[in-house]
Design a protein around this ligand. Structure first.
Ligand SMILES: *Cc1c(COP(=O)(O)O)cnc(C)c1O
Length: 521
């Protein structure tokens, strides 16, 4: 197998069987399911509709005919979607050890609140007078986000972490523009261990990305960072705790140095779960930070669900915050929807950089996040952070016996391993991960961060019990022992054997996705 310099396979392993060996293709009670286009036809339907009664056609010849949508009977339709749903691994089925994700239990209370008709059924164009409760939720959540982060302002509308990064970086660009500095300051610094969205966002905003090396403890190399500062630097993007699962100990010094050089500090707040209630990013010199509500404040993502990335802003960036935002006037809430409205009614918001998205953000995430905060309380949010760090260190300590931690010392909310424990065994990170699937575990984050060879990044979150963690650790320890025994390389290369699909060409799937169904001719 050929590998790139992070130890990631560039071509798929040749494996014998890609299809199941049963007659039906089913694996025990896991039923194969074809596309509805393959199994349905235009002759079948699950509903009985009366023949049209001859009402005049008012479509002026624009009616659609014969587009061949597949029909299925009602039981076939139910089975189709239920079978598909069973192919989707979920946090309600088992642990999701993905690092840099905070896949945690989502208390059912939050689901109940999000589905309350007053929130769930409210149309985003409902008049303000009919949406006072929803606006109050946005306002209260905004209050708690600024309180927890120690920041003066928050933009609620960004719809994911990456979208929040865009919000923060556009605010930085606007601030530079207002200062007359935007043409000169074209460089953004980002550590090597940065999540891919950080450099992508900077580039999208027209900046050049300059990568800062990590030191041998897995943190930003402070001296190397200072070397790179200059009057062409717009700012720095740092994740804290970082994607090696480590707290950036020099964060205050990093912030001060960047500020002194005239730049801004964007903090990627995706890992806020590890420090919420313990550290206020405002005290660390942060100018902008997104909060992934779907990570830190529940709502399991990864199943295609929506996200929300409210972005807190410092005094320096707050004037450039996007519209719309909620303001309180007496006992009424109102939305400032346009820059012009802001100018007329709220002098300080006239510099807003404009609108990022339709409507006001992800209401369903807002209700869940506020429900999570209110039910946990300040002490509960703090305890969640402490338990997340405790659980990660428990996993780190137990797995150390057979696996190789990437760095010495304690971790924060996630434990990072490299592939040195697999050295000379013939088993690679990818084989190890595929073997985990056979054991009933979703693999951890693999081959990220890039600063570690063959990385395996495990984030257990606070919501896993000791029993679950022990089972998980036992399974991984047994796999590590088997890998090191040297006689099971073929078994690892063939894994997964019990999954509906075997090894797939994941690179081709990502690079050349087949998104269009074409009928077999
Ligand atoms: C998840 C994550 C992001 C991006 O957040 P999305 O909501 O997926 O867009 C950015 N940085 C880090 C470190 C992350 O873990």
């Amino acid at each position: 197998m050929s590998m790139n310099n992070q130890g990631r396979p560039t071509t798929p392993e040749e494996t014998a069987a890609t299809a199941s060996s049963t007659f039906t293709g089913n694996k025990a009670l896991q039923i194969e399911e074809a596309l509805s286009f393959e199994i349905g036809d235009v002759e079948r339907t699950g509903v009985d509709l009366p023949e049209p009664n001859g009402a005049p056609d008012r479509l002026g010849g624009l009616n659609r005919n014969g587009i061949g949508l597949p029909g299925l009977t009602e039981p076939e339709t139910m089975r189709h979607f239920v079978r598909l749903s069973q192919k989707n691994y979920a946090i309600d089925m088992g642990p999701f050890p993905l690092g840099s994700c905070t896949m945690k239990h989502n208390p059912r209370l939050n689901e109940k609140v999000a589905r309350m008709p007053g929130f769930g059924d409210l149309h985003p164009l409902a008049p303000e007078s009919a949406a006072q409760g929803a606006l109050e939720v946005i306002d209260r959540l905004a209050y708690w986000l600024t309180e927890l982060t120690g920041m003066p302002a928050v933009a609620m509308s960004p719809k994911a972490g990456a979208h929040g990064e865009l919000c923060g970086m556009v605010a930085i660009k606007s601030a530079l523009e207002a200062r007359g500095d935007v043409d000169k300051r074209t460089r953004v610094l980002a550590p090597e261990s940065a999540h891919g969205t950080n450099p992508a966002t900077a580039v999208q905003c027209g900046f050049k990305v300059d990568s800062i090396p990590a030191d041998d403890t897995g943190r930003v190399d402070l001296a190397a960072m200072k070397e790179k500062l200059g009057d062409d630097v717009a700012g720095i993007m740092v994740t804290n705790p970082n994607t090696c699962g480590l707290f950036e100990r020099d964060i205050r010094e990093i912030a001060d140095a960047v500020h002194e050089a005239g730049g801004y500090f964007y903090c990627d707040g995706a890992n806020f779960n590890a420090i919420a209630g313990k550290v206020k990013p405002g005290d660390l010199g942060v100018d902008a930070m997104h909060i992934n509500l779907h990570k830190t404040f529940s709502t399991p993502h990864g199943g295609g669900g929506p996200g929300a990335g409210p972005t807190v802003l410092s005094e320096a960036l707050a004037p450039f915050a996007p519209v719309p935002f909620v303001v309180r006037e007496g006992d009424k809430y109102k939305l400032i929807e346009t820059r012009r409205a802001a100018k007329a009614e709220d002098g300080e918001a006239a510099q807003s950089f404009g609108r990022l998205t339709a409507f006001h953000g992800q209401m369903g995430m807002f209700t869940r996040a506020l429900s999570y905060m209110m039910s946990h309380g300040v002490d509960g949010v703090k305890q969640a952070a402490e338990d997340a760090v405790l659980n990660a260190n428990y996993v780190l300590t137990r797995l150390k016996a057979e696996m190789s931690p990437a760095f010495d010392g304690y971790c924060m909310h996630e434990a990072l391993f490299d592939d040195s424990f697999l050295k000379d065994t013939g088993v690679e990170t990818i084989d190890f991960a595929k073997a985990m699937i056979d054991e009933g575990y979703h693999p951890m984050t693999m081959y990220f961060p890039l600063v570690v060879h063959g990385a395996m990044l495990i984030e257990p979150t606070e919501s896993e019990s000791k029993r679950e963690l022990d089972l998980f650790c036992d399974a991984l320890l047994s796999l590590a022992k088997r890998a090191k025994s040297g006689d099971e390389v073929d078994a690892f290369k063939a894994a997964p054997v019990y999954a509906p699909r075997r090894r797939l060409d994941e690179t081709a799937a990502a690079r050349k996705p087949v998104l269009r169904w074409t009928p077999a001719s």
